[in-house]
Design a protein around this ligand. Sequence first.
Ligand code: AMP
Length: 612
Amino acid sequence: MPEAPKNTQKPADYNLELKNKKTLQFIEDVTSNADEVQKKVLEEILSRNAHVEYLQNHGLNGHTDRETFKKVMPVITYEDIQPHIDRIANGDTSPILCSKPISEFLTSSGTSGGERKLMPTIEEELGRRSLLYSLLMPVMSQFVPGLEKGKGMYFLFIKSEAKTPGGLVARPVLTSYYKSNHFKDRPYDPYTNYTSPNETILCPDSYQSMYSQMLCGLCQHKEVLRVGAVFASGFIRAIRFLEKHWRLLCNDIRTGTLDAQITDQSVREAVMTILKPDPKLADFIEAECGKDSWQGIITRLWPNTKYVDVIVTGTMSQYIPTLDYYSNGLPLVCTMYASSECYFGVNLKPLCKPSEVSYTLVPTMAYFEFLPVHRNNGVTNSISVPKSLNEKEQQELVDLVDVKLGQEYELVVTTYAGLYRYRVGDVLRVAGFKNKAPQFNFICRKNVVLSIDSDKTDEVELQSAVKNAVNHLLPFDATLAEYTSYADTTSIPGHYVLFWELSLDGTTPIPPSVFEDCCLTIEESLNSVYRQGRVSDKSIGPLEIKIVEPGTFDKLMDYAISLGASINQYKTPRCVKFAPIVELLNSRAVSSYFSPKCPKWLPGHKQWSNKN
Ligand code: AMP
């Protein structure tokens, strides 16, 4: 997640080498003293918030030591503090969770009751986020020198925001960051020399934003040394956009004029400082894009690119083959691990293979605890209902420096903005240590079965969406015998596929429109992040139902048993990923139906009557 382009002048005393050295020393210091730093962070959070209602109600009584904190304060999930969050959202400005004023809510891609979770934040957190960003390029420069001599082509976007009934802004963390002065008015830094002018990133219209960023990236193609987006899915979307619109873009480059569909005046002005008539460049791009194969299109159009900077850990790993194809196998670099709750850490070996990426949590960001993951604590169960931890489990949490190599943990954070012992929902595995600070592989987000972009659909949501949809089959005496699902990322954008096996008692054939209604009902029933991806971001394609031959799910079971599954314990998986299983299902599909239109989606929570 890079920072903003800014054309500020290089100050006379700017010393890149010294800056890098200082940053790397900071990483050495905080990782060497990880435990002391963590102790201080907790003391600071608890002392400044000693009088907030939440801590007082739990009887912390001003204590700031780890022992009392762990004894007195419960380990919680979002649902536990939702009543407090709702009060803040509804306008209660008393110090409920945090002594500092809540400046806004960050809307997480994690959902609760179908709506984005709201994470309180305070002004100073922007400084912590900036700090984490500032670590990335000094780390990178150790492995790829000379990046300060060129530009980065990053596709960055803002999303829509809403207001809570109490008047606080609610928006995604990156939207908040890009709109902040930390991003817009950054001092000179050769590492944040980007091809996209601020105005193109801050344009609320996603077509105009993408078009203008792509155009600026093409115009400066020789200067580009690295390319990227936040997540792999976003970067692939940009390539797809180019596939669709290269003729229009080339026309602009040839003539030096900007397409009339770009109506945002500030975008037009910013782009016109970069766009000059360049028929030779237009010819070159047309020749490359007009070829049958798009393999290696990144290195062909941006020949000096050294790596692709996108997150490909977690569910994003499904995009690695596509990225390899378009980039001719350039290094895929995952630089950081962050969330709306808190920015967590950085990858200190950015050129490692995607499967080996580990993130070093930066001990100054928050107070971190780790809940060991066992089979029966709700993390690995198939349909798991969020459950509170019992006494014993609460005591199992360990501190940052006490995690064990190879063990998996669920991440629990205590933040400056007022989350105390909050379960983020991510499962991490200890891969090694940087000094005293552990480095973690990102394993998964708990319970998530389907994800294309930032959407995270869990099994319970999928189950209830399917249940709503099958009502359409009732008039035809048809029932759903079995189902499973699959995130199909071979289409761009990717889409959810459901494999359905039906039991048919009736004789009336089921018209295609009924299955299409089923598709739409499922989409309408999924959470707001999914629906926003469909409607506003266009990052998810229409949901598909594939009807499979009777007996297909028996075959699936036979196959699983042949691979060693126990016949007594076998349960139909509600999501499949393993290629031979997907193939088996596809080979027995008899018909396929797509959602005929987008589901409904509006910014903000459904219970807020947003007029903005
Ligand atoms: P959000 O709250 O919407 O910002 O989403 C944060 C979540 O995205 C994290 O809790 C992770 O589940 C996921 N995430 C963020 N960074 C990474 C990463 N580098 N690798 C894998 N997943 C990530």
